[in-house]
Design a protein around this ligand. Structure first.
Ligand code: ATP
Length: 326
């Protein structure tokens, strides 16, 4: 290994270049490989281990071994066999490496997805430096590939991004804080309002009835959230227009819930929320009273799942995201 004589230049201000992720599919890989080369030289590393499907051609200048862990299971086998004298440990060790790697990557993906969903950051490349018990890992993630981000974008084709993000933000507040110490369950049906109103009726007098044109109550304005949280305790759901106008609270959805499959244990609010999205182009966001979870339905299916208490965000059953709001 070539000896390093020059000390690395220490910069106190780092100018962050803006990359267009779609310009190059492999941009993340190139960036990370450069960092690996740099780090390997800087630290005088004795080897580079890679895990996963990584093309190591660009490491050819390194004079140290480049080892793909997936190709050298025999080493893992030998080590674990020596330690445990049990062949079955091999599987466990490979699995634990995979789990750790997945966990680190999904941690960054999830935080990025939640921040994007809440409108805090734009879509682009995010960099994560993750510390675990024995190591650090560097993760470069292109949000264009992030399934949660893609799903949010799908939802935002149907309703205004500002409205979708406001409802999600408010739902997190309701799920985490409840109302006066009590857990609250409710649902917001957003967009395709004419069809949704057609397929629903008032359970109580609509508290948002008779708003003057031009001064309608919008969910996009934070000052209205306290009012909404008060009415969230009512039976029924909120109807929100595509652009954020709160049209109704205490609304009953007249839907056929047959052929709708939702997770076991969820009640009629979730079932009817999912159903209305099958019958219309609306998006529904349901907050469970018993679980404190948030589910987004589109086309009759659950597309986003947020569990604020345990920091998990899932999309279509796959764990993808971590909620940094805790
Ligand atoms: N078709 C419907 N339209 C609007 N609201 C409904 C409808 N069916 C049920 N609800 C609302 O859901 C409430 C009952 O919720 P239920 O406990 O059955 O389900 P859930 O909210 O899905 O589950 P969780 O207990 O997790 O909150 C009712 O009090 C009513 O306010």
């Amino acid at each position: 290994m070539e000896e390093i004589t020059d000390k690395p230049e220490v910069k106190t201000v780092i100018e962050t270049p803006i990359f267009n992720a779609s310009a190059s599919d492999d941009l993340c890989g190139i960036l990370l490989k450069d960092s690996v080369l740099h780090l390997a030289k800087l630290t005088g590393a004795v080897a580079v281990f890679t895990f996963g499907n990584i093309d190591t051609k660009s490491f050819k200048d390194l004079t140290i071994p480049i080892i793909d862990i997936t190709q050298i299971k025999t080493i893992i086998e030998k080590l674990t066999y020596l330690q445990h004298e049990d062949q079955f440990q091999i599987q466990e060790v490979s699995e634990s490496i995979r789990t750790e790697a997945d966990k680190n990557a999904s941690l960054l993906m999830s935080a990025a997805a939640v921040e994007y969903s809440l409108g805090t950051i734009e879509c682009g490349i995010v960099i994560g430096l993750i510390r675990t018990q024995n190591s650090y890992s560097l993760v470069v993630h292109s949000m264009e590939e992030n399934e949660t981000v893609q799903t949010v974008r799908e939802c935002e084709k149907r309703v205004s991004p500002e409205t979708f993000r406001s409802v999600l933000h408010l739902s997190l507040n309701i799920a985490m804080k409840g109302r006066e110490g009590k857990k609250v369950g409710t649902a917001f049906v957003i967009g395709d309002e004419e069809e949704v109103l057609e397929r629903s009726h008032q359970m109580i007098i609509n508290p948002f009835r008779g708003q003057d044109p031009g001064s309608e109550i919008s969910i996009n304005k934070k000052e209205n959230w306290e009012t909404v949280m008060g009415f969230a305790q009512l039976d029924g759901v909120f109807i929100i227009s595509e652009t954020g106008k709160i049209l109704s609270a205490g609304r009953y959805l007249d839907v056929d819930t047959r052929d709708i499959h939702i997770e076991k244990g969820l009640g009629t609010r979730h079932l009817s929320s999912a159903s209305i999205t099958r019958d219309t182009n609306a998006i529904a966001v349901a907050i469970s009273e018993s679980g404190g979870t948030i589910r987004v339905y589109m086309d009759g299916k659950e597309v986003i799942f947020v569990e604020p208490n345990t920091s998990l965000v899932e999309v279509e059953g796959r764990q993808l995201a971590n909620n940094p709001l805790n």
